[in-house]
Design a protein around this ligand. Structure first.
Ligand code: ATP
Length: 358
């Protein structure tokens, strides 16, 4: 882990003082606004709990190409490899051409095989459904996202979906081990194995095999199209959802709507060595630079990151302050029915750190 502990001279002897070195990718679109807000809140929280952050900040994507002639600068890759933990804002992926997705490339480079996305209501926020508590586990490195596409003859394009036993087994293991550790009761694997009999069939075979070692967890399966309808009819029937890459992308946005939209839902890309924490949403160019973006999704991703680096007290402090601001409902951003901007919202969270601390 990228941290070094030291005893601060002027501060209480009993308090632990830790510095974490973290790679930061502000991204583009609303990325710089939401990462700026999150860094501000984390530093304010850390000042209370004795945790400091050293941010190693890098551009990626089109921005990086302008200065480095590389979409993912070598220094950025070296920083993640060294620190093993990164906080990432969204980076725009050009549609229908241009460079390969930075998000996907980073996930593949560092073998961040499990994408973990908790879907949970925040207090005080009236949404489509109350009391949702769903966990989405998405395979993060294979499926349609391998990006193997070519033109067979003019007018015919082939896109290859890769499903492997290794990737399907490790993401299934992650899901079942998480369920066991955190007392979750059910895992439902989502598929289209009636049509993609071999590829989705292999994914299911791996999930079933792993599930046999976890008899206390109820394992079920459902077809992706039916699952979408079932989710909208009654999201409470599911506990954890396990699925391939593309299904996970689509179902994550669907489930975000249950709890207030894309501005809220966090994500973690987890591998054996490294982890990158990023929100479910993209760069939202329609609201970029307007002080309208909701930083909650990235802030909740940062809370997951704080748990990952064993800073539970700081994580709890930030989460409580966030929940306090939502309970009050006075400084919320427009996407969740408020009138506030990104900055006013983050300052309200900083102020709430003082209210909720201790
Ligand atoms: P991608 O495919 O790049 O992941 P996406 O399909 O998830 O992107 P976004 O660009 O993230 O799409 O967002 C879709 C819409 O949701 C945006 O146009 C914006 O209006 C809204 N949105 C997304 N994120 C936020 C946010 N943090 N705060 C407020 N609104 C947001």
């Amino acid at each position: 882990m990228s941290c070094n502990e030291y005893e601060g001279g002027n501060m209480s002897d009993t308090k632990k003082h830790t510095t974490h070195r973290i790679t930061l990718i502000p991204g583009d679109g609303i990325g710089p606004e939401v990462t700026g807000a999150v860094v501000r809140i984390l530093e304010a929280a850390g000042a209370t709990t004795g945790v400091a952050f050293e941010w190693e900040s890098f551009a990626a994507g089109a921005q990086a190409f302008e200065t480095h002639r590389e979409y993912i600068p070598k220094e950025l890759l070296a920083s993640i490899e060294k620190n093993r933990v990164a906080l990432k804002g969204p980076v725009t992926t050009p549609i229908g051409g241009g460079f390969a997705s930075i998000n996907v490339t980073l996930r593949k480079t560092f073998e961040l095989f499990a994408n973990f996305r908790p879907i949970k209501n925040l207090p005080g926020l009236k949404t489509r459904y109350p009391d949702v508590d769903l966990l989405i586990v998405r395979e993060n490195t294979h499926g349609e996202y391998v990006g193997i596409e070519h033109e067979v003859v003019p007018g015919v394009v082939e896109s290859i979906k890769i499903i492997t036993e290794k990737a399907s087994t490790r993401v299934s293991k992650f899901a079942f081990e998480y369920a066991r550790k955190h007392g979750r009761k059910k895992i439902n694997a989502v598929h289209k194995a009636n049509i993609m009999k071999m590829s989705d069939g292999l994914f299911l075979a791996c999930a079933r095999k792993v599930g046999k070692d976890f008899p206390e967890i109820t394992y079920t399966e459902s077809i992706i199209d039916n699952t979408c309808m079932q989710l909208v009819m009654n999201p409470y029937q599911y506990d954890m959802l396990l699925m391939e890459n593309l299904y996970g992308d689509i179902v994550s946005d669907l489930c975000a709507a249950f709890v207030g939209g894309l501005g809220l839902v966090p994500g973690a890309n987890l591998g054996a060595e490294c982890a990158i924490f990023e929100a479910v949403h993209g760069s939202a160019p329609d609201i970029a630079g307007k002080d309208m973006a909701n930083p909650t999704a990235l802030l909740q991703s940062a809370v997951l990151m704080l748990h990952h680096i064993n800073e539970a007290a700081t994580a709890d402090l930030v989460q409580k302050a966030l929940e306090h601001v939502y309970s009050e409902g006075k400084s919320l951003t427009r996407d969740v029915g408020g009138k506030g901007g990104t900055i006013a919202f983050s300052e309200a969270v900083v102020a709430a750190l003082g209210t909720t601390a201790g």
